[in-house]
Design a protein around this ligand. Structure first.
Ligand code: KG4
Ligand code: ZN
Length: 362
């Protein structure tokens, strides 16, 4: 069955065709992404009204481009999937209404997909050239690290995700974007922050491969000013809070400004990344202990972070758990991940009607 999916929850309009074979393997046939990042960069963040307009302009052509790239036509499509929540309401409505019109005018079943479940489902996708590919199977533990979320789920079945931990305030991606902006990295700052941190780690410890581990013991980090508060909270659940880390980082920047000293941007970025990544590793380690023997799936835009990828690989190696992280191309928002989750919503009988509406919240 061919699944056609649309994603328009934030600042990427995406359409994708995924093929589900009889064994339930999911193959990406096309995954077209029209990013609005350049447009929003001017404002330092996403402007919702501009995002909605840009989605309207792109959604139709992107969808037909996805069909063309997959070499199929609408009559071959067996299922339409669309993100209906969470996200920017005006942006979501564009995808939802387009998908509804397309599905009902062509008599194709429609399913609504939770964007977060979509991110997690990116790990089910493969390209044809991956014979050894092993998709995660529920139950497993899923970490979602994105611009809007820092959450741990216990995925009990393909469609039932129970929150095991979450952030009590800011999300990790949003914190990279905000702090990155303060040190002159253009929106979205995550990828630039990642590179700058690598320079900082390298300068503090020399070795790149083990830089993250070595940084913990480096004399540089042990200078008090580079010790920032951890976002890992103690308590019943391994929750997060990124607001304290963000505030401490802001105060440090102000101190440099007030003293008229030049900030070593790379050391600053490394110190920030160190605390953010270490907190995720600490809380995930607790979550994995709660769910004996299960695999770990990591998803969302921040799953592209090289330091986080390396740190979680080491953690899973130590705990003898299998780690599934999508390739960089599937970490950010894309239609293929929506098609993947859409497939399982369809199998569970979760069909959407013509009254489907979008919702901004989780
Ligand atoms: O999942 P996503 O594309 O959109 C949301 O659903 O939020 O995530 C976007 C977030 C942004 O905050 C961006 O800065 C961050 O992912 N990001 C990164 C990296 N690449 C993207 N954060 C850290 N390191 C990266 N390499
Ligand atoms: Zn996302």
């Amino acid at each position: 069955m061919y699944i056609l999916a649309m994603e328009s929850s934030c600042d990427e309009t995406s359409a994708s065709v995924v093929y589900a074979d009889e064994a339930g393997r999911l193959f990406i046939k096309s995954n077209i992404i029209a990013s609005q990042v350049e447009t929003h960069r001017l404002y330092g963040g996403v402007v919702p009204e501009i995002a909605s307009r840009a989605h309207i302009e792109a959604v139709s052509s992107i969808t037909y481009e996805a069909l063309d790239a997959a070499g199929i036509s609408l009559s071959d499509v067996g299922l339409v999937a669309v993100t209906d929540h969470p996200g920017l309401i005006g942006a979501l409505l564009v995808g939802v209404n387009f998908a509804k019109a397309l599905a009902f005018a062509n008599n194709i079943p429609l399913v609504a997909v939770d964007h977060i479940k979509g991110h997690i489902a990116a790990s089910y996708l493969q390209n044809e050239a991956q014979p050894d590919f092993l998709a995660p199977k529920p139950p497993y533990v899923a970490l979602v690290v994105s611009g809007g979320h820092t959450s741990v789920y216990h995925v009990e079945s393909y469609t039932e995700h129970i929150v095991a931990a979450e952030t009590r305030d800011d999300a990790i991606g949003e914190s990279f974007d905000k702090i990155g902006r303060l040190i002159g990295i253009p929106y979205p700052a995550g990828a630039g922050f990642d590179k700058l941190s690598a320079e900082g780690f390298r300068r503090a410890c020399g070795d790149v491969e083990n830089a993250y581990e070595l940084f913990a013991k480096s004399p540089m980090r042990n200078k008090n000013e580079w010790k920032l508060p951890s976002p890992a909270l103690a308590g019943e659940r391994p929750d997060f809070s990124f607001s304290g880390l963000k505030t401490a980082a802001c105060n440090l920047l102000h101190k440099y400004e007030q003293n008229g000293e030049e900030l070593p941007r790379d050391t600053f970025a490394a110190a920030y990344t160190y605390e953010a990544v270490e907190a995720v590793a600490k809380q995930i380690s607790i979550a994995l202990d709660m769910f004996d023997g299960e695999d770990l799936v990591v998803a969302g835009g921040v799953a592209a972070n090289s330091h986080l990828r390396r740190r979680l690989a080491r953690l899973c190696e130590k705990k003898k758990r299998k780690l599934h992280i999508p390739p960089l191309s599937l970490c950010g928002d894309n239609g293929a991940m929506i098609a993947a989750q859409g497939y399982y919503e369809f199998l569970a009988g979760h069909l959407a009607g013509s009254d489907l509406n979008a919702s901004a919240s989780d």
